[in-house]
Design a protein around this ligand. Structure first.
Ligand SMILES: [Zn+2]
Ligand SMILES: [Zn+2]
Length: 111
């Protein structure tokens, strides 16, 4: 008791290291058990987002250079599509600006 955050983190690291194999087996078992559900989920996701996935793949294959966020300059930007039917027309946005943009769009739709 009374261990500080850092000590606890270290202890957890140690514990994880010691139980590496057990954890791996557990994860594998879990995945096996839930494979059907995961597959179903993936299938559903693919169906619902097929346009988006295709657009993202096309963009990833053709546009290799990542540019910084066009709104705030954050170098960790992702590719955002205004229109999934135009997979190569993208904007570079960081996660925060991207999230903001999508949120604003939602509002426009609902209002
Ligand atoms: Zn940004
Ligand atoms: Zn987006």
């Amino acid at each position: 008791m009374g261990a500080c955050k850092e000590c606890r983190a270290k202890q957890y690291q140690k514990w994880k290291e010691k139980n590496k194999d057990a954890l791996r087996i557990y994860q594998r078992k879990w995945r096996k058990k839930n494979k059907k559900r995961l597959d179903e989920y993936m299938q559903q996701y693919k169906q619902e987002h097929s346009k988006e996935i295709k657009a993202r793949n096309t963009a990833n294959n053709h546009i290799v250079d990542i540019q910084p966020c066009e709104l705030c300059g954050n170098p960790l930007a992702i590719k955002h599509h205004n229109d999934y039917s135009k997979p190569l027309e993208i904007r570079f946005l960081c996660r925060r600006c991207h999230w903001k943009l999508h949120n604003e769009k939602k509002e426009e739709v609902y209002v």
